[in-house]
Write a protein that binds this ligand. Structure first.
Ligand code: PLP
Length: 446
């Protein structure tokens, strides 16, 4: 008797799962049927179900998990924190983990972003950054600067405010009437759009010219441009040249517009540098972090702001203050998990080890470049992706299922298959991911 079966039935009866057509779980006879997996425990890069089956977590549990499940050092740090302080409100109070984390994050930006504001999820971080930018312009006497800019295919979260700067139809279309103040959507520098003879840097310059055009006419009323630096994750791991960020930074300076870097997915070493924007040698005015920042342990997000921005809120008037808050803002356990995560980066020289690891992932995927139905094989650090040529609307679900049968959790976005594994996968695990991709491709394309 499968122990999984009981949890499956109970979950389907009581839990409304995210980003899921629940019918696809329930209807086992349907060709679209998707198995729901009850996970009993995690161990390193592996997820283990109640029947003892193991799945290699090739996408870091939705891009959150950096050092594997049940990481002993993060576990120990959390146990210790539990013994002293599980939570205290952050208005009027402070505590060691939140102070230390804020200091260390600021130091990681070279001091450019001196203050940290906390929330619990990425969408909230986006909304906080938008509100801070908007409120900054009011505070400095330029309330007409109230419009936001985002890129084609951008994803910054799914709450109603964050949807204003999100350009992914499946998440946005149904709620479009609710979004009161949608941002203007600009051309993306996605290098898959290269025309004959164009390099990725050419595509970046072409997209930046679109930004320049818009700002020339509308800079006066623009508050901020929000971007996912180097990789637009939910768009299907759309990658672009750092040149775009360099040009965007110059244009934002020229037209006095804030540059918001949403590093929720690409921060914390994912693209090879600790922050993705470092590869363009720039700093944003505001930066959002979440997902990997707590090692994939606890809900935590952070908005880091420049001192100029912060200073504009200092006044005797409460109305000029940033009154935003969430109940769990700056939760000590989540901050402690983040500190333990940052410790591991230093102790294990993670960025250097990942250079080697990402080379091996690249070598493992390289033969796919010759596959007749594979296009745009691409990689930036610990993110690798390729697009599959197929008209089958259920390709993604069929690939996902087949990969599970090969012992790997891989969840394509549309026709884009990608790897975003924890920073601990070894040679054998990389080889297993390769076999799972080959096997799943063969089955899903049959
Ligand atoms: C995941 C993600 C978000 C939203 O974070 P949630 O915690 O899911 O709300 C925002 N921006 C980017 C780039 C993301 O990848």
């Amino acid at each position: 008797m499968s122990r999984n079966a009981d949890w499956l039935a109970r979950s389907q009866a009581a839990v409304w799962h995210p980003c899921t057509q629940m019918r696809h779980h329930a209807d086992t006879a349907s060709p679209a049927h998707l198995p729901l997996l009850p996970i009993a425990r995690g161990e390193g890069a592996w997820l283990i179900d109640f029947d003892g089956r193991r799945y290699l977590d090739g996408i870091s549990s939705w891009w959150t998990n950096l050092f594997g499940h049940a990481e002993p050092r993060i576990n120990a740090a959390l146990r210790e924190q539990l013994e002293s302080l599980e939570h205290v409100m952050l208005a009027g109070f402070t505590h060691q983990p939140v102070v230390e984390l804020s200091e260390r994050l600021s130091a990681l930006t070279g001091g450019a972003l001196g203050h940290a504001f906390y929330a619990s999820d990425g969408a909230s971080a986006t909304e906080i950054a938008l509100k801070m930018s908007f409120h900054y312009w009011r505070n400095v006497g330029r309330p007409e600067k109230a419009e936001f800019l985002c890129l084609t295919g951008s994803y910054h979260g799914e709450t109603v405010g964050a949807l204003a700067v999100t350009d992914v139809a499946i998440f946005k279309d149904a709620y479009a009437p609710l979004v009161r103040h949608a941002a203007h959507v600009l051309p993306t520098p996605d290098f898959r759009l290269a025309e004959a003879g164009e390099t990725p840097a050419d595509v970046a310059r072409r997209a930046a010219a679109g930004l320049a055009d818009w700002l020339e006419k509308n800079g006066e009323r623009t508050a901020a441009l929000i971007v996912e630096p180097l990789v637009q994750g939910a768009a299907g791991m759309a990658m672009y040249d750092p040149e775009y960020l360099r040009l965007a930074r110059q244009l934002c300076d020229q037209y006095e517009v804030h540059l918001i870097c949403d590093e929720i997915a690409v921060g914390c070493g994912r693209t090879g540098t600790f922050f993705a924007h470092e590869q363009a040698d720039i700093r944003p005015d505001l930066m959002c972090l979440s997902k990997g920042i707590s090692g994939g342990y606890l809900p935590l997000s952070v908005v880091l702001s420049s001192d100029t921005l912060y200073a504009a809120f200092l006044d005797d008037s409460v109305a000029r203050a940033f009154l935003h808050s969430h109940s769990y803002t700056g939760n000590p356990l989540a901050c402690r998990a983040a500190l333990a995560t940052l410790d591991i980066f230093a102790e294990d020289d993670v960025l250097a080890a990942n250079r080697d690891r990402s080379r091996k992932i690249g070598a493992m995927l390289a033969p796919l470049a010759g596959h007749a139905q594979v296009k745009h094989l691409r990689q930036r650090g610990m993110i690798a992706a390729f697009d599959v040529v197929s008209d089958d609307p259920s390709f993604s679900r069929r690939f996902y299922r087949a990969a599970l049968d090969h012992g790997a959790l891989l969840r394509p976005i549309g026709n884009t298959v990608y790897l975003m594994p924890p920073y601990i996968v070894g040679d054998d695990e990389i080889a297993l991911l390769g076999r799972a991709i080959d096997g799943a491709l063969e089955r899903a394309l049959r």
